[in-house]
Design a protein around this ligand. Structure first.
Ligand SMILES: [Fe+2]
Length: 256
């Protein structure tokens, strides 16, 4: 007679193996830690343009708002239109973490409901695909009309909407540490999640202006968590080249 243990195991199964609509989760499997000293010089040593891009980006800071106008009333309409497209973002075996995503730019033929996380994409091959191998918009991209000005301005690799529900989090991590990183990270904060969403970069709490797009230096250690539902962002990977770096400078919200 061990009804309690059976119930706990059943609840574990419900929460960790299937999503809220009983679809089987697509777990992310992290490849082994990178041993940078074993990488070939071709992969780690930056070109002149890569160095120029990184040096110029470092002048911006780690967390800077851009001047794009994201209209809250249009986002609220978009949110209703995409409500059936959310899927669990990169669930990991044995970990409860309420994050959901919609793919906006992926590999050719991608669907909005396809897995968005690199570790999910690496589950079969053991290798994370390059951000710049995913430049094809899905049908969801044009449903985010509040971001049309942003979509029209840059060239994108893998990009996706993500929302954190209560308890959803990203533990401390870095994205694309090498100077040869192929993409730059921009993050749009949709709606007002001021009180419920906490972002830290290098252990410092970041201030978020609602409905703004930010340049974020995600090479630095960062983490975030949400104390309530529907803290919604769009994560953009912009192709790193001099033209796009100059475009970011042109769109800074604050000039000297
Ligand atoms: Fe990150």
């Amino acid at each position: 007679m061990c009804y309690i243990n059976d119930t706990v195991r059943y609840m574990d199964k419900i929460h960790l193996e299937v999503d809220k609509d009983n679809r089987k989760l697509v777990h992310g499997i992290e490849p082994a830690n990178a041993l940078y000293e074993n990488f070939s010089r071709d992969i780690t040593y930056p070109t002149e343009e890569q160095m120029a891009c990184e040096a110029q980006l470092s002048a911006i800071g780690v967390w800077e708002p851009l001047s794009f106008i994201i209209k809250d009333d249009i986002w609220k309409e978009n949110e209703k239109a995409v409500k059936d497209l959310w899927r669990p973002f990169q669930p990991k075996p044995g970990i409860s973490n309420d994050r959901e995503s919609i793919l906006l730019y992926g590999a050719e033929g991608s669907e909005p409901t396809d897995p968005c996380g690199l570790a999910q994409m690496a589950r079969n091959t053991g290798v994370k695909p390059s951000e710049i191998s995913m430049t094809h918009p899905t049908s969801a991209k044009d449903m985010f009309t509040c971001l049309i000005e942003v979509f029209d301005y840059f060239d994108f690799g893998r990009s996706f909407a993500v929302r954190l529900n209560r308890g959803g989090h990203y533990p401390p991590h870095r994205d694309h540490l090498l100077l040869t990183r192929p993409t730059i990270r921009l993050i749009a904060f949709l709606g007002d999640s001021t009180d419920k969403l906490k972002w830290e970069v290098e252990d410092r709490r970041m201030h978020v202006i609602p409905n703004h797009l930010y340049y974020v230096d995600t090479r630095k250690t960062h983490s975030l968590w949400s104390s309530n539902h529907r803290s919604t962002m769009v994560v953009f990977n912009v192709i790193k080249n001099w033209e796009n770096v100059m475009k970011i400078l042109s769109k800074l919200k604050y000039f000297g």
